[in-house]
Design a protein around this ligand. Structure first.
Ligand SMILES: [Zn+2]
Length: 418
């Protein structure tokens, strides 16, 4: 599986390079807009990246006097994705108009950005520029040292943003994580994807995919700053601007949550799940220490996943959240000391894993157990994981091994009869 992170890094850009980057931003947004305008020309909106590429690439390259091919393609992807989300909203009976791109940014991938130890090299309208990173104290435990400069993570691309004279690069990093391969089990019909929501990781799926909260946190701080400086003005103009910052913030977060919900539903479809299970969201602030902003995000995410999943016949449910973070998904032993921050280590059986991943598995299992008590004689379901299926007793190994493991905690004992 992969863990993905986004790390914001401020760049030290001199005035010549800044002028080039501004041109690049303008060109990039122009290209994305060109693709959208083209997609909206016909009777139907075109959303296929291949079709849009065939129909616009040469024209765009010519019109821009040979703008970097990698950036043209990144702009086309941006345009195509924006069209796709409009069409999706229409399908769900919601209003949406033709997208326009105003927020100054450029999307970079491995062809257009190169990361070095102290600086980055970025493609522009005129060759490449190099810009030093502006970093906090290197020895402190920042996302930069944890992810960006960690040997475990590889960089996959970045988004360059411009605001108030500052250039900030949002670097996407990922790492491969090995999971305990003894977690192999038989696959049964009917599976459920468990999803844990939280602050450090906005969402973690029982397949082992993580959606981190770094980007969300960064933008929350950013908009807080903007509101703060406007509040000091105290004028009527400033008040109206605060409201406009609020609308922009909401728009950005909704876009981000749409993306995560699309990826969650895609995960479910690729693996042929029939159910996506979340924890009950009612008291999630009290349980996780999440802010009202997070609660708002969790509610939106749930809502988006629910309507998008419905389209594919996938049910979305909420389950009782009690102890999902303290319970061992392997043996069922439940204890507050099983978990310390992001690390889960079972005091009973020694099972070790990422705490949020363990919780996601428990949420899937909770749904299965709840639905077994109905006694409708249906075939048992399994929680689909990255490397196999977890059965209803929380076990992976052959059935005759189960009795030895279950019964440690009342919850697993209750249903060990199947
Ligand atoms: Zn255990």
């Amino acid at each position: 599986m992969e863990v993905r992170r986004t790390v914001p890094v401020a760049l030290d850009v001199d005035s010549d390079d800044a002028a080039l980057l501004e041109d690049t931003v303008d060109m990039f947004l122009w290209c994305a807009q060109y693709v959208v305008d083209h997609a909206f020309q016909g009777e139907y909106v075109t959303t296929s990246k291949t079709t849009l590429d065939d129909e616009t690439y040469d024209d765009v390259r010519e019109a821009t006097g040979g703008f970097n091919g990698g950036l043209v393609q990144a702009a086309r992807n941006k345009g195509a994705e924006a069209c796709k989300s409009v069409v999706e909203r229409w399908k769900n009976g919601k209003k949406a108009s033709k997208p326009t791109f105003t927020s100054p940014h450029v999307v970079y991938d491995h062809r257009t950005v190169t990361f070095h130890d102290d600086y980055v090299s970025l493609a522009t309208t005129d060759g490449r520029i190099e810009a030093d990173y502006i970093l906090p104290d290197k020895d402190s435990d920042t996302p930069h040292s944890q992810y960006l400069f960690s040997n475990e993570y590889e960089t996959t691309g970045a988004e360059l943003h411009y605001h108030d004279g500052d250039w900030v690069l949002h670097v996407h990093c990922k790492k491969e994580v090995e999971f305990d391969t003894s977690e192999q089990a038989t696959t049964e019909n009917g599976t459920v994807l468990g999803v844990d929501l939280g602050v450090n990781n906005l969402a973690v799926a029982s397949t082992g995919t993580f959606w981190t909260g770094d980007e969300f946190d960064h933008w929350r701080r950013e908009y807080e700053k903007r509101r703060g400086s406007l509040q000091q003005c105290g004028t009527r103009w400033a008040h109206q601007n605060i409201q406009s910052v609020g609308r922009k913030e909401e728009g950005r977060f909704k876009l981000m949550l749409h993306r995560i919900s699309n990826e969650l539903v895609a995960e479910a479809r690729e693996n042929e799940y029939s159910v996506i299970a979340f924890e009950d969201l009612t008291d999630i602030r009290e349980r996780t220490g999440a802010s009202w902003g997070h609660k708002w995000a969790f509610d939106r995410l749930y809502e988006y996943v629910e309507y998008k999943a419905e389209e594919y016949g996938i049910t979305v449910e909420q389950v009782d959240p009690e102890n999902t973070s303290r319970r061992c998904s392997k043996c069922g032993f439940t204890h507050p000391d099983n978990r310390e921050d992001e690390d889960f280590e079972c005091l009973n059986c020694g099972y070790e894993n990422h705490a949020d991943y363990n919780a996601a598995k428990n949420i899937g299992l909770r749904y299965l157990r709840r639905n077994q008590t109905g006694g409708d004689g249906g075939a048992p379901l399994g929680v689909r994981l990255n490397s196999g299926t977890l059965n209803v007793n929380g076990g992976y190994s052959p059935a005759d091994d189960e009795s030895a493991r279950t019964g440690v905690h009342a919850e697993s004992h209750r249903f060990s009869g199947g």
